[in-house]
Design a binder for this molecule. Structure first.
Ligand code: ADP
Ligand code: NI
Length: 209
């Protein structure tokens, strides 16, 4: 299979696999990560084939349910006859992509990894990031806000998963701008970061009236 055909096949398989997702890992998220990764690669370089495949597959086993740890990523890669070296690169990116708190080592070794991680994180920011957080909170039965629970910027991955939606901004979202790997993504994060700050300011004003 040529590269174009391989990407098309994986795109279709991933799309149909995440059709019913309600955890913030639906096709819209995957496709935005894919598009942002391609955009960042235009200025930052890297192997675009690896970048697009890793972006497409990055949440396949993180669909918070049945697919986690199922080996589905490797099954999909095997079905399209990906070579061993590319498969290793893609698996390496996926294993390190998530933000698991500031004390967790999530450093990427390759330019491809840096780009896909940035693209995933950009989609956690801005108006889209706010909507995804609200959806995540709602589908996991998490309270929106409790002024008595203070946010913990050093929170572990386990704690981050369960925090109130408003505290999630301080435990992850507002920390991402300064943790982007590439200069291109850093620039793209600025406006999204400012919008979240504005959103929080307005939210507190409305809460207090
Ligand atoms: P990603 O696809 O960026 O790796 P995750 O799997 O960590 O994201 O989470 C899915 C979405 O839910 C992200 O937008 C993330 O910021 C958000 N999220 C994670 N934990 C919480 C939480 N406790 N409250 C609100 N939103 C959350
Ligand atoms: Ni993601």
């Amino acid at each position: 299979m040529d590269k174009k055909q391989t990407l098309k096949e994986i795109r279709e398989r991933v799309k149909s696999n995440c059709a019913n997702d309600s955890t913030g890992h639906d096709w819209n998220h995957i496709n935005r990560v894919r598009q942002n990764a391609i955009k960042i690669a235009k200025t930052e370089g890297g192997d675009i084939f690896i970048i697009e495949l890793a972006a497409l597959l990055h949440d396949v086993e993180d669909w918070k349910s049945t697919n986690a740890g199922s080996g589905l990523v490797n099954k999909l890669l095997k079905d399209v006859n990906i070579d061993e070296e590319s498969s290793k690169k893609i698996n390496d990116i996926i294993s390190k992509i998530s933000f698991k708190g500031v004390n967790h080592d999530d450093k990427m070794d390759t330019v491809e990894g840096k780009i896909v991680q940035d693209a995933d994180r950009l989609d956690a920011l801005g108006a889209t990031g706010i909507i995804r957080s609200v959806l995540y909170g709602a589908s996991n039965g998490i309270p929106l806000y409790d002024p008595l629970i203070k946010p913990d910027p050093n929170a572990s991955a386990e704690k981050i998963k369960r925090s109130t939606t408003i505290n999630h901004f301080y435990e992850k979202l507002l920390l991402l701008k300064d943790r982007m790997n590439t200069a291109t993504a850093k620039r793209m994060a600025v406006e999204k970061h400012a919008f979240m700050e504005l959103f929080l300011k307005q939210f507190y004003r409305e809460w207090e009236t």
